[in-house]
Design a protein around this ligand. Structure first.
Ligand code: AMP
Length: 302
């Protein structure tokens, strides 16, 4: 089973208390694709400029990532710069240069239009909707990520898009903002009236919560001695979550819980190094080993 992802492929400049890197490969769709490809095949939709070379594209080679839908446009690739505070819990955006992303209008190759799993990474809600409208049939599962920028600037477009999805994957602060409600349980109840039946709340170093109308599941973040760079943790979480679900035969409580753990596993690896560095060398046995560590970390008897 394949997962289709639409989102940014970018160059990022990153500053964290541990160091900094300039113009390293990044983007939500890049992190998501690499993370998900450990579990299932991926179909990538995005755009890059003519400064995106073969050595940049090499991250997709040798993995189950179809890049037929990665358009090349004249101009520069999307650029983002960010700085993290000492606690690594907050980040400041220093620059967002949309470049070729400004005129991006996703077009799905014919071979993408039957994909059963879809992840709409954080882009303009109307573009997320246009991807769904190009599908030949309703996918089995559609997940969406968004951010404060779209919640504030395009609330109507976002509401329209939320009606068409199954899973909303967002940060706790964004969940509160979207619902206009500080209490997470009340915020979730309000979000369930907007379309999604499942809410995945990412809580950084505090882990993630899977919320449904009648149940909840909580997964911790893996305790690490050294965190170098939180960039891409959310998208790698989503990649592990969706990639695992696409590889499972059925979606039920057990597979959703395991998907949360695999999401947390992928998120925990990516923060160990800058940018995509850790995902480049990551192996499936390392993923399995950390998933077993999660089991030991959380298992108890009553
Ligand atoms: P995350 O840390 O998982 O939330 O995502 C980090 C990635 O999101 C970076 O690699 C950026 O290139 C990308 N990014 C940052 N701002 C935006 C934006 N406004 N639209 C799309 N992608 C973005």
């Amino acid at each position: 089973m394949s997962v289709l992802v639409v989102g940014s492929v970018a160059f990022d400049s990153l500053e964290t208390p541990v160091g900094q890197v300039d113009r390293t490969l990044g983007g939500a769709a890049t992190y998501f694709s690499v993370a998900a490809s450990f579990f299932s095949s991926v179909k990538l939709v995005g755009v890059v400029g003519d400064d995106f070379g073969d050595s940049d594209a090499a991250i997709f080679n040798g993995r189950r990532i179809d890049v037929q839908g990665l358009e090349r446009a004249p101009g520069k690739t999307f650029f983002w710069a960010g700085r993290y505070t000492d606690s690594l819990n907050e980040r400041v955006t220093l620059a967002t240069e949309l470049n070729v992303f400004a005129d991006f209008n996703p077009k799905l190759p014919a071979s993408y239009r039957d994909c059963p799993y879809v992840f709409l990474a954080n882009i303009q809600p109307s573009l997320q909707l246009s991807v769904l409208q190009q599908m030949r049939r309703r996918p089995r599962l559609v997940a969406l990520d968004t951010m404060n920028y779209w919640i504030e600037r395009t609330p109507e477009e976002l509401r329209r898009t939320l009606r068409e999805i199954d899973v909303l994957v967002i940060n706790d602060s964004e969940a509160r903002q979207l619902a206009g409600e500080h209490n997470l349980l009340k915020a979730a109840a309000r979000i369930f009236t907007m379309g999604p039946q499942l809410l995945v709340v990412k809580r950084g170093e505090y882990g993630a919560l899977l919320m449904r109308r009648d149940s909840m599941f909580s997964v911790p973040a893996f305790p690490l001695e050294e965190v170098h760079d939180p960039t891409g943790a959310g998208d790698s979480f989503a990649g592990g979550f969706m990639g695992y679900l696409a590889s499972a035969k059925r979606i039920h409580d057990g597979t959703l819980r395991r998907a949360m753990v695999y999401g947390s596993v992928l998120g925990s690896f990516v923060v160990e190094r800058f940018g995509l560095e850790r995902l480049r060398t990551l192996t499936r046995p390392e993923i399995n080993k950390r998933a077993r560590q999660f089991l030991r970390l959380t298992r108890f008897k009553l």
